[in-house]
Design a protein around this ligand. Structure first.
Ligand SMILES: [Zn+2]
Length: 267
């Protein structure tokens, strides 16, 4: 488990773990942690995680190309609530050979009508319906820098721009959108980048996996969609990695047949 204390022990000062957005301030302020890591600072729920997200928009689900991703983002799990009390994971995060594409969330078995709760305090950024995808779904932005996504709901209980508190009922479990069997599809994203929710939420044991999740640009997961004419060695070269690494990340052999449109994890 990586904690702030450990980072400091290892010689990393506070400013090393502060996103670069807040780094260019006066020396006195430089040691100030972002609000979500500093219990003495008030958290602005009207404008959550403004140190990371320069604007508030309800337009896109995951479109942050214009935003600068800091080298490191520290996500505090302080105040978390498990979104469901279900302990049964029915599909894990990552590449699924069965479907030939990546799964950017974790699926947890819930029954239609089960209460789904906000994982942290935050503000509802998206409350929408997508027939072929998420079904009824919500995206909530939290002061700690995380955005959480709740998909396949039977009912949404909050609207865009609503302020919610950790544990508030925000929807009911369901089977809407591209879903077979009622479940909660739960995603955790940082500036649009999907992160395995299991790094932060331990559903089988109903607790946080860690106190602080340290997201690093260097260790983030990168995916590639196979195009016509691609070979594993070509994909490896293009993504500055090795065929062996791609095989390991995706659980495939060197001789595996790759299909156009298939998503491979390349880092
Ligand atoms: Zn899912």
């Amino acid at each position: 488990m990586l904690s702030i204390a450990l980072l400091v022990q290892n010689g990393l000062l506070a400013q090393d773990i502060i996103p670069s957005k807040v780094r260019s301030v006066s020396p006195m302020e430089m040691v100030a942690l972002p609000a979500h890591l500093n219990p003495g600072m008030a958290v602005d729920l009207d404008n959550p995680a403004s140190f990371l997200y320069p604007e508030w928009s309800n337009e896109y689900v995951h479109k942050f190309e214009d935003f600068e991703l800091p080298d490191t983002v520290v996500i505090s799990m302080k105040g978390y609530v498990m979104p469901t009390d279900s302990t049964r994971i029915t599909d894990v995060y990552g590449y699924r050979p069965r479907r030939g594409r990546a799964h950017f969330g974790i699926d947890i078995k819930v029954r239609t009508g089960d209460t789904i709760r906000a994982a942290f305090d935050g503000k509802v950024r998206i409350s929408r319906y997508e027939r072929r995808g998420y079904g009824h779904y919500l995206v909530i932005r939290h002061p700690n820098g995380l955005e959480t996504v709740y998909g396949h709901l039977s009912k949404k209980l909050v609207e865009e721009n609503d302020i919610v508190h950790a544990g508030d009922p925000i929807g009911l479990g369901g089977n809407t959108g591209r879903s077979t069997g009622s479940h909660l599809h739960f995603e955790t994203r940082i500036l649009g980048n999907a992160v395995n929710p299991a790094y932060m939420f331990d559903f089988p044991n109903q607790k946080a996996t860690t106190d602080y999740y340290v997201y690093s640009k260097n260790t983030r997961e990168v995916y590639y969609k196979v195009r016509s004419g691609d070979t594993l060695s070509g994909i490896a070269a293009r993504n500055a990695t090795s065929v062996a690494n791609i095989c390991k990340l995706n659980g495939i052999s060197r001789n595996a047949v790759i299909k156009v449109g298939q998503t491979l994890r390349v880092n």
